[in-house]
Design a protein around this ligand. Structure first.
Ligand code: MG
Length: 161
């Protein structure tokens, strides 16, 4: 059996006048994350982890922020494209572990929907997708509510042919 591991990390700035989208779920909050796409920091970290495991570069190379096709695009679509690449290379996602770094809001009530969104796009069982969240104890840019960050780790397994 062949396994590949990947790590992803992303940061986005919080700004007024944007929707807050995390894990493909719109969450009521006075500010949203700024970016070219919907700026879903959780999914961007996940895409980078998947690309890392494949040795296929990063999300910025695949979906440049200079490309108008990707303006305000749902990052669920980007995740779907990245998962297509995983499948083309003959792998399947074994499991996903995510950490969101955000001082607020509490995402507990939205986790189930996030897990569903991600599992659906990766064509795997929801039990293989874990989402954690932590504040930064009011420290740093996350603690000052200037932005959010996310880490992702994935394991890919060579699909049986
Ligand atoms: Mg990003």
């Amino acid at each position: 059996m062949q396994f590949k591991v990947g790590l992803g990390y992303d940061v986005h700035r919080l700004t007024a006048g944007r929707k807050l989208i995390l894990g493909g779920v719109e969450i009521p909050y006075p500010k949203g994350l700024d970016g070219h796409s919907d700026a879903d920091v959780l999914l961007h970290a996940l895409c980078d982890a998947l690309l890392g495991a494949l040795g296929a570069g990063d999300i910025g190379e695949l979906f440049p922020n200079t490309d108008e096709r990707f303006r305000n695009i749902s990052s669920l679509l980007l995740l779907e494209k990245v998962n297509n690449l995983v499948q083309e290379k003959g792998f399947k996602v074994e499991n996903v572990d995510l950490v969101l770094l955000a001082e607020e809001p509490n995402i507990k009530a939205y986790k189930a929907e996030m897990r569903f969104n991600i599992a659906f796009r990766l064509a795997i069982d929801e039990s293989l997708v874990n989402i954690k969240a932590t504040t930064q104890e009011k420290l740093g840019f996350v603690g000052r509510k200037e932005g959010m960050a996310a880490y992702a780790v994935v394991l890919l397994q060579k699909a049986k042919s």
